[in-house]
Design a protein around this ligand. Structure first.
Ligand SMILES: [Fe+2]
Ligand SMILES: [Fe+2]
Length: 375
């Protein structure tokens, strides 16, 4: 065997094994015994691609509403857990997601934490969130932010049925950094101190920025991105451009003061797949959680096909090939997603690679197996 591969290849001997035990006894170790694992050639996600069908999850979420109260649970949420990341309650990589339900008249008390949160509303009328004294009315497909260390409580003032939304947080990341703090508001519920939807009143004008706000927050000053203007913007952008071969027409939700991501650790996007579109595959560092905002279709993730419809949630682990297809030749499909790309970019570890073989489309794992490419 060549001795200069540049990677560790020391073979165990009784003498070395005894030496390793001696090192262990001194809280030390031989780097060469783990080097190839802790510094892999390329990212080795422990997360796997998963799709959670809303039609399967909704009855389970309704059961949670029968079994526990928001008072007892603090937040009544069914979390979505990746089989490869159960130990840290992540849905993919270092991202957490869950589905929260509030029945008419219910409210969840105020708290804050170092983890940043966002929510994308799935169904229901009458929900609100209060973020640092600002009451935000929220409707289906609105994106709402509760950034790092902002007080937040929420409830359902409606009378017609449950309000259900998807929560997305960076909990596993902040825990990996061992930087999580948590505080309960002594007042239980915040008394709003600003007009309803204040941040949207000030910053909802797209390319227009209020001149009087000089607060330099490390996150977006806009806390609600309502669906209608978002969808309109997506349709307008689609008149101008086809987007990219890998993402279609993809718009990023941004901090209107900086044009940067909505929060330091997490970004979010809305993506239009035109009728009949099937994007080419690519992969990148960073994990992505999708919720189908509209339409039906399928994604191929790591050679596996996942068919989706409205409100289904699916995840793409880091450095895993993915491509998306609109299943309709007449209707748009729209994917909401959130991700940890701002973290990857801030830490200068973002990389992206297009898949160039086979016209940019992955062979399905089964097909690959049949072709004898895989053992
Ligand atoms: Fe929270
Ligand atoms: Fe992507």
């Amino acid at each position: 065997m060549r001795e200069d591969t540049g990677r560790a290849q020391v073979e165990d001997t009784p003498e070395l094994e005894a030496y390793y035990r001696e090192l262990e006894a001194h809280e030390a170790g031989a780097l060469w015994s783990v080097a190839n694992d802790i510094e892999p050639w390329f990212p080795q996600p422990t997360s796997v691609p998963v799709l959670w069908r809303y039609r399967d999850m909704r009855p389970l979420i309704m059961r949670a509403a029968e079994l526990v109260t928001p008072e007892k649970a603090s937040r009544r949420v069914v979390m979505l857990v990746n089989p490869g990341r159960r130990d840290v309650s992540a849905c993919v990589g270092s991202l957490y997601t869950g589905i929260q339900i509030m029945l008419p008249g219910e409210a969840a008390s105020a708290h804050r934490h170092t983890s940043s949160a966002l929510r994308f509303v799935m169904e229901g009328e009458g929900a609100y969130t209060v973020v640092d004294g600002e009451k935000l009315r929220i409707h289906a497909r609105d994106l709402v932010l509760t950034p790092n260390w902002t007080w937040h409580d929420h409830g359902n003032e409606g009378t017609t049925g449950p309000c259900i939304w998807q929560d997305g947080l960076d909990i596993p990341l902040i825990n990996a950094l061992e930087a999580n703090f948590y505080e309960v508001n002594p007042d239980r519920f915040q008394t709003p101190t600003r007009p309803v939807d204040a941040s949207y009143l000030a910053y909802g004008g797209g390319g227009l920025r209020p001149t009087w706000d000089d607060a330099n927050r490390p996150y977006s000053p806009l806390w609600k991105y309502p669906w209608e203007p978002t969808y309109e913007a997506l349709q307008r952008a689609a008149l101008e451009h086809d987007g990219t071969p890998w993402d279609g027409v993809l718009l990023e939700y941004v901090n209107p003061r900086t044009g940067g991501p909505i929060m330091p650790t997490m970004g979010a996007s809305i993506q239009l797949l035109r009728p009949g579109v099937h994007t080419q595959a690519h992969r990148h560092t960073g994990n992505v959680v999708y919720q189908v905002a509209q339409g039906r279709g399928f994604s191929i993730i790591g050679g596996q096909r996942f068919d989706w419809e409205e409100k289904d949630i699916l995840v793409v682990p880091t450095w895993t090939l993915h491509e998306h297809a609109n299943g309709s030749t007449t209707e748009d499909a729209v994917l909401f997603s959130f991700n940890d790309l701002p973290t990857m970019k801030a830490l200068a570890v973002y990389r992206e690679e297009a898949y160039v073989e086979n016209g940019g489309h992955q062979l399905l794992a089964r097909t690959v197996e049949l072709a004898g490419v895989l053992p």
